[in-house]
Design a protein around this ligand. Structure first.
Ligand SMILES: [Zn+2]
Length: 882
């Protein structure tokens, strides 16, 4: 049975401003063992035009009211009602400002949801986005209610020598009984979701940064005791981010201090609270012995992302949660651009597109589909999705592609100028680009409201006599779960006509569709572009840099595609074209597993892969990407129906062995040339060389069936990247062997005190590509280091198993589904947000073959019938079954 009657649906069309305007917030937070006392003073005023008898309704969540005063006088009991979820007050002044003093009492130690004020390893900290502030005090807890805050924190000095909140430090001093206080002033208007408070015994590092206009800023990073030595790279990334935002977007930092606190128990990656970012410590703490190159890149990205929010999110925030992509899509775009400038643009773009296809495309093609700006929700926590973040970033990227770099910058400048201090909407954002450039983006805006991944079909015909190339483009959007009409999008298609010398030809365009520079603007359902005076027949390269989030079907000969994979001056497209060829071959092989006589990949494609991988003129990171096969999940998504994960695994594995055999000499050369430098450096070049050598190790092991080289690398490794890569080869390719077991035991023994490394140990075992991995993860549940209370640990074991182990999670007997559903039920009682996130791994269940489909449906239906399931989890399960 499916319950659909509880939890109200919030709708975009119902938006209206609050009846009362908030002018300021003053809080005193007294922290004690086992309790926190919060006194909040709000300065309010009835909004003009609002009826004099309208009541003030404040949000709460599991709160207890312990005091209420109006202008300093206790409010009589008959004029208000208080429940854990709501405080409603009548008889408030019809005009003029008044103050409301609200006292609440909470127990941070019992807060396992990790929303609001909680304790992590003894440290008090907060997470308020989206609706956590209402777990601290009764409030108009919505993003369009902005005010300056003054916060006083009191705590025992020995337990919490460090007391932090938003803004600038104002005062601090001693109190009786070994207690002390600190006062923080945040002069910038902010919504409650950006409130933050941290108190505890923490280590820290500090550095000075001078902004472009000469303003000094003190930067601080706080960590658990004894770990601040691992925060140096994060500090460096922060300074580079601040410098970059000044140069690229003209944005300077505004407060006197910028603090980051790293916390072990955190529901998400990090949080951009004004002047006091709180981070999952996974995105701060690093050293070569405990972190991989991917971890370094991840820290750099997340530090930049949260810092960039200071302008896109904080100075300009969202009017309501439907506009979440306004801050997230835009800020992901900004962090992607930062990484492209700091590292290799082509490799960064490949990574972003892989991520988009791995997470957003399946979401867009399944029951959890929703527009980048949703129209309704039952639980906002469930809309922090790949669609809002990653597709949201693609939409901003398309605006930049349509307007060009200068036009885009002018629009951004106008946005900052016009909306600084505001809570804005997508319409406000788009209007800035229209007003700054004169362009009409009304059709483009459809990308925000219409869900689904459109397909783009490209055909070409060549007329030798006249030297004319005719290109046909056609878009289609199948009706999705949302039932929206498929109106045509404005699709910017970046292109080039590549000559046999590997250079783009300069050609004359006879307009069909509009063409500006190297972009075709497809606005109708079907359009044609004619290129004249082309000379010799060119190779048509389309959708360069993945200029739109579409599924491309380009009718192009194998020889043209192979030529482009070798010649295209657009490195991203070289990769994309080769990757598409490989994926199509693996889809065909997976569909027909009996076809054993044929190799899983045609010889020409194998040669093309090895050609790219062996090209010393190209950076190593790119060559490693050329060798990385599409994931098994990606093949499943492309199959779309009757998916058999065992057949996919067999096809991918056969391809891996084939490439390993054909490329043996090359892989041995790559490994021989990759002698590790004496000193570890996390820079992009060094990381790329390690990536290439480690991909080569994997192929050699696949081809030879010999664990010895991986064993040797594991023993000799002097950094986590090389050690973990060798361990992954041993554990995934030779599971259960003495070599794998010994290395796993060694890995655990050398790092059992470092939670982040232990997470890697759990995750590696959760991803053994075999149905029997279920027994491994089931056994690990009883491991002394496993706990449901730490989100990172849960994600490492349960999340990774369900999200990245296609063969074992989607076992034909349904045991994988049942096991994960049981974990969701247990976790839901403690932390509904993390439970709901894990439940999304069921989203593609309908695409599997009948036996698995039945088993998944049964597990989901059983889950939905559990009494007392949280709103978060019931929303995901309900939509998945819809
Ligand atoms: Zn963000």
């Amino acid at each position: 049975m499916l319950r659909t009657d509880d939890g109200p649906t919030i709708k975009l069309e119902d938006y209206r401003p609050t009846d009362f305007v908030l002018h300021s917030v003053a809080m005193t937070v007294r922290l004690f063992e086992g309790r926190a006392e919060i006194d909040t003073q709000l300065e309010l005023e009835r909004r003009e035009g609002v009826a004099g008898d309208a009541r003030l309704v404040l949000d709460g969540d599991e709160l207890t009211l312990s005091g209420l005063a109006l202008n300093g006088t206790a409010v009589p009991a008959e004029t208000y009602t208080a429940s854990p979820e709501r405080l409603e007050i009548a008889s408030l002044p019809a005009t003029g400002r008044f103050t409301l003093d609200i006292a609440t009492r909470i127990v941070p130690e019992e807060n396992t949801k990790l929303m609001g004020l909680y304790r992590s390893n003894g440290v008090w900290c907060t997470q308020c986005e989206a609706e956590g502030f209402r777990r601290i005090t009764y409030f108009l807890d919505r993003p369009d209610v902005l005010a300056p805050y003054r916060v006083r924190i009191e705590a025992d000095r020995a337990t919490a020598p460090i007391l932090l909140s938003n803004g600038n430090p104002a005062e601090h001093g001693d109190l009786p009984d070994g207690r002390h206080f600190a006062v923080w002033d945040d002069p910038f208007n902010k919504p409650s979701y950006l409130f933050a408070l941290v108190a505890g015994d923490l280590d820290s590092i500090h550095e000075e940064f001078e902004t472009a206009s000469g303003k000094p800023v003190t930067l601080g990073i706080y960590t658990e005791k004894g770990r601040v030595g691992q925060a140096g790279y994060a500090m460096d990334a922060l300074k580079r981010s601040m410098w970059w935002d000044e140069r690229r977007f003209g944005r300077e930092y505004d407060l006197d201090v910028f603090n980051i606190v790293a916390i072990p128990d955190f529901n998400m990656g990090a949080m951009e609270n004004k002047g006091l970012n709180v981070f999952n410590h996974k995105y701060v703490l690093l050293d070569p012995d405990t972190a991989t190159d991917a971890d370094y890149a991840g820290v750099e990205t997340v530090i930049a992302h949260e810092y960039f929010h200071n302008w896109t999110g904080n100075r300009i925030t969202c009017r309501d949660w439907f506009q979440l992509c306004l801050k997230e899509g835009l800020t992901v775009y900004r962090d992607q651009e930062f990484s492209a400038d700091e590292r290799s643009a082509a490799v960064q773009r490949i990574n972003s597109v892989r991520r988009l296809k791995a997470h957003q495309f399946p979401e867009d093609q399944g029951p959890l589909q929703h527009p980048v700006r949703p129209r309704e929700y039952r639980e906002i926590n469930n809309f922090y999705t790949a669609t809002v973040y990653d597709k949201g970033a693609e939409l901003v990227r398309m605006i930049a592609t349509i307007l060009g770099r200068d036009g885009f910058r002018k629009g951004m400048d106008l946005y900052f100028e016009r909306h600084d201090g505001d809570a804005a909407t997508i319409e406000d954002f788009i209007a800035c680009f229209e007003d700054a450039s004169g362009a009409d983006l009304s059709q483009f805006a459809l990308w925000y409201s219409q869900a689904g991944t459109p397909s783009l079909a490209v055909s070409e015909s060549w007329d030798e006599a006249s030297g004319t190339l005719t290109v046909g483009l056609k878009q289609a959007l199948e009706l999705g779960a949302s039932g929206t009409d498929g109106d045509p999008f404005h699709i910017p298609v970046r292109f080039g006509l590549v000559g046999s010398n590997g250079q783009d030809k300069v050609v004359t365009v006879r307009h069909g569709a509009e063409v500006t520079g190297d972009v075709i603007h497809l606005t109708g359902e079907e359009e044609t572009v004619i290129f004249e005076n082309v000379g010799e027949r060119p190779y048509l390269s389309v959708l360069r840099d993945f200029s739109a989030p579409v599924t491309l079907h380009h009718e192009q000969s194998l020889s043209d595609r192979l030529a482009l994979a070798r010649l295209d001056p657009n490195l991203f497209n070289r990769w994309r074209i080769l990757n598409d060829l490989v994926a199509e071959a693996l889809v065909a092989a997976s569909r027909d597993p009996q076809r054993t006589a044929e190799p899983p990949l045609p010889a020409q494609i194998v040669e093309a892969i090895l050609g790219s991988a062996g090209d010393d003129t190209i950076e190593a990171a790119y060559r490693a990407q050329a060798l990385a096969l599409p994931s098994e999940q990606e093949i499943a998504r492309m199959l779309a129906e009757n998916v058999d994960p065992d057949a996919i695994h067999a096809a991918v594995d056969a391809a891996r062995r084939l490439i390993g055999e054909r490329g043996r000499a090359l892989f041995e050369r790559i490994r021989a040339e990759a002698r590790p430098a004496a000193e570890f450096s996390p820079d992009a070049d060094s990381a790329g060389r390690r990536a290439l050598a480690n991909v080569a190790l994997g192929y050699l092991a696949a081809a030879s069936g010999d664990p010895a080289p991986a064993e040797a690398q594991y023993r000799a490794a002097r950094n986590m990247t090389d050690r973990l890569a060798a361990l992954a080869v041993l554990v995934h390719r030779f599971p259960g062997t003495g070599a794998a077991t010994a290395a796993l035991a060694d890995f655990y023994a050398r790092s059992e005190d470092d939670g982040l490394v232990v997470d890697k140990w759990f995750a590696l075992q959760a991803t053994v590509p075999d149905p029997a991995a279920l027994d491994i993860v089931a056994g690990l549940l009883n491991h002394p280091k496993f706990t449901l209370r730490n989100p990172n640990r849960v994600r490492a074991l349960v999340g990774t198993f369900a999200g990245a182990n296609q063969r074992a999670f989607h076992r034909a007997d349904g045991a994988g589904y049942r096991w994960v559903a049981e974990r969701i039920v247990e976790l839901d009682k403690l932390n509904p947000q993390v439970a709901a996130r894990i439940a999304t791994t069921f989203r593609s269940w309908r695409s599997f073959e009948a036996e698995r489909r039945r088993a998944a449906q049964e597990a989901l239906e059983k889950l939905s019938a559990i009494p007392g399931l949280s709103n978060d989890t019931r929303d995901i399960v309900g939509r998945s079954l819809r």
